[in-house]
Write a protein that binds this ligand. Structure first.
Ligand code: G3I
Length: 390
C-alpha cells in the first residue's frame, strides 16, 4: 500500500523520482543512479631522499675528498651533523683567515681554528686550511711599514700558523685571489693592498709560499682563485703559475673556487682542470668553493648590483632545480675521471646558510646539496644515484 506518508517521503526525498512514482502506482519508486563518487587519492607525500651514512664521501672515496665549508657556530647545528655524516674534509668558511687568527701583530687567536680542528679529528675529517693571505681579510698591522718590514710580518705570521697546525692541516690556500679580473693591465696580478704593501709588485706571493714551505714541508701549498671557468681569468692564473714554477717557488696545487651558476656548463669546469693538466702535469687540483647559484646574473650585478635577476623568493622553479641537479651530476662525474683532482669542497652545507643569500644582492638562493630544511635536494640525489632522473 502506497501511503500518503510514502508519497510525502517520495516528494521530499526526491523530485528526481519519476512521475510514475508520484502516480501512486504499486511498483516501488525507481531511484536515479547516483552520480559516481570520485575518490581522489591523497596526493602522495613527496618521497624525501635520505642518503645513507657516508654515502656522499664513500661514492668518491677513490677519486677525491668531499669537503664542506663550515663555521664554528654551525658545528652543533644541522650543518655540523650533515658534515660529519657525509663529508671527509672541512674548510673554515672564515675563521682561519688572518683577520680572525692574527688580530694584531704578535697576537694570535687559535680558538676557532682549534675548535674546527677538534671537530675534524673527532669526526675523522681532514682540515683544509683557508687562507694564509687574502686581500679582503688582512688586518691593517700586516700592511704597514716598508716592503722589507711587511715581508717579515707576513712570514712571521705564516710561520706561526703553519707550524701550529703542522701535520694536522694537509693543505693550505697560501694565497687567495691574487689574480686580477682586469685583462688590460699587461700582467696577471691584482692591484690589491698586498701589491701596494709589497712595493707595487707581487713579491708577497713568493714570500708567502716560501714561509709556508719552510714551516711544514709536507703540507700541500695552493694558489686559489675564482673565475677560472672563464678563459681570460684562467689564462692569467696560468701565467702566474708558470712564473712561480719557472722560479722554483714552492707550489703544489691550484684551487678553483668554482662559484658558478645554473647557466655555467660542466665543460667550462673541465676546461679549467684540463688546461692545468695539459701544462702543469704533476700539480694537484682542488675544487675549493663549489656552489651553483640558481641565478644567472650579468656582470653588472656583481660590479654595481644592477641588472640582477629578480628574487625567486620561495618559488624557485622546478626547472631550475632540475638544471642544477643535472649540472651537479655532470660536474662530479666528470671530475671523478680527472686524477689530478683530489678534493671537491662545497662552499656550505645547506641552502639555509649560504653566503649567496646575501651576495651579490640579498635574495633567496639555493646553491647547495641540502635545502633550507636540511633535506637532501635533487642535486644530491642526482650525484649519488645514476638511475635517478632529476
Ligand atoms: O658570525 C658573525 C656574527 O656573529 C657577527 O654578528 C657578524 C657581524 O660582525 O659577523 C659574522 O661573521 C661573518 C661571517 O662571514 C659569517 O656570516 C664575518 O663578519 C664575515 O666576514 C664572514 O664573511 C665570509 C667572507 O668570506 C669573509 O671572510 C663569508 O662567510 C665567506 O663565505 C666568504 O668566503 C669567501 C672565501 O673565503 C674566498 N672566496 C670567496 C668567498 C665568498 O666571498
Amino acid at each position: 500500500m502506497f501511503t500518503a506518508r510514502d508519497r510525502l517521503k517520495l516528494l521530499l526525498g526526491g523530485a528526481a523520482f519519476s512521475v510514475s512514482a508520484c502516480g501512486g502506482g504499486s511498483s516501488s519508486p525507481v531511484r536515479p543512479t547516483p552520480p559516481p563518487v570520485v575518490v581522489t587519492p591523497p596526493t602522495p607525500a613527496p618521497v624525501i631522499f635520505v642518503p645513507t651514512e657516508g654515502q656522499l664521501r664513500d661514492k668518491f672515496v677513490n677519486q677525491f675528498q668531499v669537503g664542506g665549508a663550515i663555521q664554528v657556530g654551525q658545528l652543533t647545528a644541522p650543518e655540523g651533523t650533515l658534515l660529519g655524516a657525509q663529508f671527509n674534509s672541512i674548510t673554515a668558511e672564515f675563521e682561519m683567515k688572518p683577520d680572525i687568527m692574527g688580530p694584531s701583530e704578535g697576537v694570535y687567536n687559535w680558538v676557532e681554528a682549534d675548535a674546527l680542528l677538534a671537530f675534524a679529528e673527532d669526526n675523522g675529517l681532514q682540515l683544509r686550511g683557508h687562507a694564509l693571505l687574502w686581500h679582503r681579510s688582512t688586518p691593517d698591522w700586516m700592511l704597514t711599514g716598508t716592503p722589507a718590514q711587511v715581508k717579515v710580518k707576513l712570514q712571521t705570521y705564516i710561520t706561526e700558523v703553519v707550524t701550529r697546525y703542522r701535520g694536522k692541516i694537509y693543505a693550505w690556500d697560501v694565497v687567495n685571489e691574487v689574480i686580477t679580473d682586469d685583462g688590460s693591465l699587461g700582467d696577471a696580478y691584482r692591484r690589491s693592498n698586498w701589491w701596494t704593501a709589497s712595493g707595487g709588485n707581487a713579491d708577497y706571493i713568493d714570500w708567502a709560499f716560501e714561509a709556508a714551505r719552510a714551516a711544514d714541508p709536507d703540507c700541500k701549498l695552493y694558489i686559489n682563485d675564482y673565475g677560472t671557468e672563464f678563459s681570460g681569468k684562467l689564462g692569467r692564473l696560468l701565467d702566474v703559475v708558470r712564473d712561480l714554477q719557472a722560479r722554483d717557488i714552492p707550489l703544489d696545487g691550484i684551487g678553483h673556487q668554482m662559484h658558478i651558476n645554473v647557466g655555467t656548463s660542466a665543460q667550462q669546469v673541465f676546461d679549467a682542470v684540463d688546461a692545468v693538466d695539459t701544462e702543469f702535469m704533476g700539480l694537484e687540483q682542488h675544487i675549493t668553493e663549489l656552489d651553483i647559484s640558481v641565478y644567472s646574473d650579468p656582470a653588472s650585478c656583481f660590479s654595481d648590483q644592477t641588472g640582477c635577476q629578480s628574487d625567486y623568493g620561495t618559488t624557485i622553479p622546478d626547472t631550475v632545480f632540475t638544471n642544477q641537479a643535472q649540472l651537479y651530476r655532470a660536474i662530479f662525474d666528470g671530475l671523478a675521471t680527472r686524477s689530478s683532482v683530489n678534493s671537491v669542497t662545497l662552499w656550505g652545507i645547506s641552502d639555509a646558510a649560504t653566503w649567496l643569500n646575501e651576495y651579490p644582492v640579498s635574495r633567496t638562493n639555493a646553491p647547495l646539496l641540502w635545502d633550507r630544511d636540511r633535506n637532501a635536494k635533487s642535486a644530491l640525489q642526482a650525484i649519488l644515484d645514476s638511475s635517478f632522473t632529476p
